[in-house]
Design a binder for this molecule. Structure first.
Ligand code: NG1
Ligand code: MG
Length: 483
């Protein structure tokens, strides 16, 4: 495959800016490896519009994919290894991986590459070596899923590098098909080796090995997003339903500039939330004499009643806000690890925490589920943007007070946004820092951005457009190839 051909066809269909980015990555590839890349893979980050911290409880979420993404340039080699480099080499040092790589115990960026690689490599008995140059334009630890965009990108790059078939978008989509523009190879991925839903689930399982007992929202939206719409994502089984966003409105993403370190800080707070949800389930089971403890709040609800009824059940059966480890062990008559031991990293959580808040966490989840459904219904009816804004504000309050995953900066930024004309504003992603998302009428975008700018004026070093930008729903991951 000829790189010049790739770039020429990119020029035909992409804007100058996008083409220049790919050319830059290809040139860096050539400098480092002495050959040109034969194809590119890209996978987007996402912004979650509503439905926070409920994917791992089995409930639907409503994100959209971003234009910002991770891009990989690839060329298959004759070597028995993967040579992995990043355009930002000081931040992401290069490494060489064997064809059956294991994640390193230390936090290294290549673990995310390995997660995506290992999600698909079992499909190929004789894996091939290849060269990879990575470049991404998503801020890290900002709640925009830079991690999933990396794992997804490496999974489709690995699939394609190892597949013997080469395909061209021109061959399998009629020229005037809207998706022909994307030079998609995902039709191939879907029909030949693995379905997109199985791919998303496999990447999620692997990403958990990096240190987080995460749900599957980020990987699913990065793979399955359709251009122009947000998605309602349901789990078990995975289903993605397009959701049209209100016309005449824009979503603005604004970074609180405090990184959201979910794995390493404050007693593994993300994983702690997963544990607390399970403790809520177990407390309800105890009081209702249910002997087999379901794994998710959704499975519990399916046994006990409607979402509305669940809120009452939680309020009645989990009377206190805070429980100590020994209190819980007394109630259950066993060690906590017997209740939560199957949750990844629960041992680390249990070793460093003595207070748990199962009631508040479960109340957030059931309340948030109601908001997700209402948000979607409102969009289906042609969208009452004001109501959507209220739901987003309520979601933020619930994340702040019940789930305790906001931060002072996020609270300040979201209230500034509301003062500045946003219909609604809320943290997005795991929280504890990172970005917020604001819904605003188009005619008020400029005014809102001016008001939000005052948050950044306090920090004279911030000039780039990664801190605040409008976002449109973009398509999911794809491969770019021309042969
Ligand atoms: P972030 O931290 O935004 O990538 C995390 C989880 C999601 C979901 C959200 C909270 C990962 C990879 N993803 O997203 O599954 O639970 O938090 O809604 O950790
Ligand atoms: Mg992430």
């Amino acid at each position: 495959m000829d790189y010049v051909e790739v770039v020429e066809s990119l020029r035909e269909i992409y804007s100058k800016e996008i083409t220049e980015r790919y050319e830059y990555i290809a040139e860096r590839f050539f400098q480092e490896f002495g050959v040109w890349p034969s194809f590119f893979a890209r996978a987007p980050g996402r912004v979650n519009i509503i439905g926070e911290h409920i994917d791992y409880s089995g409930y639907p979420v409503l994100p959209m994919a971003l234009e910002r993404d991770t891009v990989m340039a690839i060329s298959v080699s004759n070597e028995d290894c993967i040579k992995l480099k990043n355009c930002q080499r000081s931040k992401f040092p290069e490494t060489t991986l064997p064809l059956s790589p294991k994640m390193s115990e230390e936090h290294h960026w290549s673990n995310y590459f390995i997660a995506g690689y290992n999600a698909v490599i079992h499909l190929f008995p004789n894996p091939k070596g290849f060269y990879v140059m990575v470049q991404g334009d998503l801020p890290q630890a900002a709640g925009l899923s830079s991690s999933a965009s990396m794992t997804v990108c490496s999974s489709i790059a690995t699939l394609y590098a190892n597949s013997s078939k080469r395909i061209s978008y021109k061959e399998f989509l009629p020229e005037n098909h809207p998706r022909a523009q994307d030079m998609l190879a995902d039709y191939y991925i879907a029909t030949d080796k693995i379905t997109l839903a199985d791919l998303a689930e496999s990447v999620t399982r692997q990403e958990r090995l990096v240190g987080i007992a995460c749900g599957g929202m980020d990987q699913a939206i990065s793979i399955m997003a359709e251009p122009g719409t947000a998605s309602l994502i349901e789990f078990n089984p995975l289903h993605v339903h397009p959701v049209s966003l209100p016309e005449g409105c824009t979503f603005i993403i604004a970074n609180s500039l405090t990184p959201s370190a979910k794995v390493l800080t404050q007693a593994f707070r993300y994983n702690k939330r997963v544990v607390e949800c399970r403790l809520a389930i177990a407390l309800v089971c105890k009081s209702q004499n249910i002997t087999t403890i379901p794994k998710t709040l959704k499975e519990l609800q399916l046994q006990c009643g409607t979402i509305e009824e669940m809120i009452g059940i939680i309020e009645n059966t989990i009377p206190k806000d805070v429980y100590k480890t020994n209190e819980l062990e007394e109630i259950f008559g066993c060690a906590l690890c017997d209740i939560v031991g199957d949750i990844p990293y629960s041992d680390l959580v249990l070793n460093s925490n003595y207070d748990y808040k199962p009631r508040l966490r479960a109340l957030h989840c059931y309340g948030e589920v109601k908001r997700v459904y209402e948000f979607r219904e409102t969009c289906l009816r042609g969208a009452d943007a004001e109501r959507l804004g209220i739901l987003m504000n309520e979601s933020h309050e619930s994340c702040k007070d019940l789930y305790e995953c906001s931060s002072d900066e996020l609270d300040r930024l979201t209230s500034l946004a509301r003062q500045g004309g946003a219909l609604g504003a809320r943290l997005t992603g795991a929280g504890w820092g990172g970005c917020c998302v604001c819904l605003v009428r188009n005619e008020k975008v400029e005014g809102l951005m001016k008001v939000l700018q005052s948050f950044y004026d306090e920090n004279p070093f911030i000039t780039d457009d990664t801190v605040m930008f409008p976002s449109k729903p973009c398509r999911g991951a794809c491969l770019l190839d021309t042969k």
